[in-house]
Design a protein around this ligand. Sequence first.
Ligand SMILES: *Cc1c(COP(=O)(O)O)cnc(C)c1O
Length: 349
Amino acid sequence: MIDLRSDTVTRPTEAMRRAIASAEVGDDVFGDDPTVNRLEAMVAERLGTEASLFVTSGTQSNLCALLAHCGRGDEYIAGDTAHTFRLEAGGGAVLGGIAPQPVATETDGLPNPDAVAAAVKPDDTHFARTRLLCLENTKNGMVQSPERMDEAIKVARDADLSVHLDGARMWNACVELGVSGAELVAGCDSVSMCLSKGLGAPAGSLLSGPRALIDEARKWRKMLGGGLRQAGVLAAAGIYALENNVDRLADDHARAALLAAGLADIDGIEVNAVNTNMMFISIDGASSDLQQRLADRGVLCDVRRTRGHKGPSPYAQLAGTRLVTHLGINDDDVRAATAAFAAALSDSA
Ligand SMILES: *Cc1c(COP(=O)(O)O)cnc(C)c1O
């Protein structure tokens, strides 16, 4: 199957499985797993931070960050389409007593800097204490340059807020911009990144930042049930992914552009946006039936009936059908998927 639902559907390659099989392991709750320790050190080094923490998922990573930065009665600001705000089951509020304060999102996914400034609460008994700004890069695949992130970071600094980057797909941004991980995240206090999306590992994320914050996050991870034992089998996959699968993200971006160009030529498909390894399309007559006809032709995707709008905007894109390229998609798959869409749509005509 040509699976375009997400870049999380990748399976470990033979080489990654060999790295997993030969991983040296120990009990990570004692700090004894050499492979976990190596991965944590490697990510801290690549991001120019003091320390890192291996966690089970991006959601756990962002939640550990919220809990480490904020206490009960504190507040964090995030874009109103941000993953931390919309798609993590309200964990910060449920488990931390931390109030979310969403603000308008710009066309590239950055929380609007003026809206951030306006959302910061004064020191007054009526208000929650505003503590943290959460950024997200990439956002729906959209990239913000470090300079662009700095526009919001400056507002946060002026208000004495800390800054957390949800960088689940931060390496896609680095590859697209031609900057290092450390350059991208230089203005942030903490960073979350996923190994299990475009990088092709089966599970795992890392939270990085100053040593004291990471020590605090480690305690929260324990409370969240995320203390793993011989986690080196997973960390080995992460090390393999960072060493081998970062630069190749450029291929995913090129294939997304190629697929979008092919789909744009098909009657009944409108390409609303192509961002790094994702595209958002509107399909005439979109239905579960169409989704089945695509599956019958070997293409898996999540067909949305709702139409997105043209142009780069997190609001515009959310409504349409999302297609994602990843290391399981080669050039032949792009050609076959384009042909499958053309055939599945002409069947319905
Ligand atoms: C996927 C994702 C997460 C959460 O990661 P999981 O590993 O699925 O919990 C967080 N933020 C962004 C931007 C993501 O895309």
